[in-house]
Design a protein. Structure first.
Length: 34
């Protein structure tokens, strides 16, 4: 994509959601292992 530092808002939101989902899954994984 052109525009250098410009990021598409939807792509950035998707990235945030993926990070949150990863955090939740990691937390659940630790809970289930214990």
């Amino acid at each position: 994509a052109c525009g250098g530092s410009y990021k598409h808002p939807f792509i950035e939101i998707q990235g945030d959601v993926k990070d949150r989902v990863k955090d939740v899954l990691t937390e659940l994984g630790f809970r289930f292992r214990k």
